[in-house]
Design a protein around this ligand. Structure first.
Ligand SMILES: [Zn+2]
Length: 473
């Protein structure tokens, strides 16, 4: 959740029919989708790092010949390892993917792959999954009616997270992107065999994060990495290429580019500690129902009941209006749509002024309750919406009642992990190295992030990436 985030769109990301159209259609559609991706997922605010990624991308552009679109390269502020492209030339890399990079060629090959999806105009299958988990049991129309804003968030079909990497295209399109992607990277002087290296790291990292083997956690349409590695090997053998000096030549040069990058949750967006959500910049804490699935995106933070029977979403209202006028405007809106609120009243939560409106939908088999609060706190106005079956109303209410300022101790305890690097001593064990350098990664994570052989002895001066905990304030 971010202070500056806003929603002001309806997302219509339809299947592309690419047959007889020129790239102007891609550009128009991509520009629309890019606005939404950036608002929904958030851009990582590090201009030097973004510039580096763009420089690598522009090297690929320079050997593309006549590029049909203007490529744009962006960093997404997400801990999930992911890279994706939008029609019209928008290429996105997450910081969760960047942290896996040990060699510039790995990054260049991933970017090459994504660029080929754009130039070959691979059609993106419409994504059914919303940005928040869908409330399975409750018709979307009710949510849209109860809160047009919330309806947009829930019904916005952007896939995100580690499971979408390369998953929304057909297998043959993926293969084409792999083949032409490594070709493009090698033409720019990057070692094409490095795509397999980063794919391997990516698959290990997803396994680390999900605790599942890749096969299980990927969507069914995703080409299984070992298969890709095999056909990539055949493809690479046919390539004739000349290495060129990278922008960041050594491992240390690459790590210098990554230095200071956030790893894992970014406190700027607020962080979860189990079901407790803390936002240091907006100075509030809130406890979501335990065991509900939580989601934090720039435009909202929320939780969904495990069986999809209820959902609660918090957003910031940036209209400049107070709770009373927002609540009464909503009642007006309901009346215009021939809906009668069950309750409509001013109220307070922990001394903060607010307004509450509820309504009930009895048209279906089961009653659905919609509750809406506007609350002024810390000079901000929050809009909180709970939707679901009556048996979940108590959990929703408890969540809303739990909102409060952060304690001094909580503020002092909020920290983030930042990427740094350090040099090993001869024969040093990973355990000793980590202790000496205040590295928080466990051995398994160290092995994945640095692409090490498990159990390998460190050599004198060997440079390794680490993650060091730093207090947020
Ligand atoms: Zn792909």
């Amino acid at each position: 959740m971010r202070k500056s985030a806003f929603i002001a769109f309806v997302f219509t990301f339809q299947t592309l029919f690419v047959s007889a159209q020129d790239f102007s259609y891609d550009k128009k559609m991509g520009a629309e989708a890019a606005k939404q991706v950036e608002a929904m997922m958030g851009i990582y605010p590090d201009s030097a790092l973004k510039e580096y990624v763009a420089d690598v991308g522009n090297r690929l552009v320079s050997v593309l010949g006549k590029a049909p679109v203007d490529f744009r390269f962006h960093l997404i502020d997400s801990p999930d390892p992911n890279a994706f492209a939008l029609p019209g030339g928008y290429i996105y890399i997450t910081r969760g993917l960047l942290v896996l990079v040990n060699n510039e060629a790995e990054l260049a090959n991933v970017m090459g792959h994504e660029m080929i999806h754009v130039t070959k105009r691979h059609s993106v299958k419409q994504q059914q999954k919303g940005i928040l988990p869908a409330i399975l049991q409750i018709p979307g129309a009710i949510i849209g009616m109860a809160s047009p804003e919330l309806g947009k968030v829930i019904n916005t079909p952007i896939n995100f997270g580690s499971q979408v990497f390369l998953s929304s295209y057909s297998r043959s399109q993926e293969k084409e992107a792999d083949r032409f992607g490594v070709k493009l990277a090698s033409k720019a002087g990057y070692d094409p065999s490095k795509l397999a290296v980063i794919l391997h790291s990516l698959s290990e990292d997803i396994e680390r994060m999900t605790g599942e083997a890749e096969k299980k956690s990927y969507l069914a349409s995703h080409p299984y990495t070992p298969k890709r590695e095999a056909y990539l090997k055949d493809e690479i053998e046919t390539l004739d290429w000349t290495p060129k000096k990278a922008i960041a030549q050594s491992k240390e040069d690459v790590y210098k580019k990554l230095e200071g990058m956030v790893f894992g949750q970014n406190p700027q967006q607020g962080i979860f500690d189990d079901s407790l959500f803390m936002h240091p910049d907006m100075d509030f804490a809130i406890i979501f129902p335990s065991k509900w699935q939580t989601t934090n995106i720039p435009v909202a933070v929320g939780a969904t009941e495990r069986n999809g029977e209820a959902q609660i979403v918090f957003q910031l209202d940036n209209s400049g209006k107070g709770p009373d006028s927002l609540g009464l405007a909503f009642v007006d809106y309901l009346k215009k749509n021939n809906l009668k609120p069950k309750e409509s009243k001013s109220m307070t939560i922990n001394g903060n002024p607010g307004y509450f409106v509820s309504l009930q939908d009895d048209s279906g088999e089961k009653t659905i309750e919609v509750q809406s609060w506007w609350l002024k706190m810390n000079d901000l106005v929050f809009h909180m919406v709970g939707v679901g079956y009556p048996e979940h109303s108590k959990a929703i209410n408890n969540t809303v009642q739990s909102i409060r300022k952060l304690t001094k101790e909580e503020k002092a305890g909020i920290s983030s992990l930042k990427i740094h690097f350090a040099k090993a001593n001869k024969g040093e064990s990973l355990e000793d190295f980590s202790k000496r350098t205040n590295n928080t990664w466990d051995i398994e994570t160290m092995v994945i992030m640095n692409n090490l052989e498990p159990g390998a002895k460190l050599t004198s001066g060997q440079v390794l990436k680490i993650a060091v905990e730093e207090p947020y304030f």
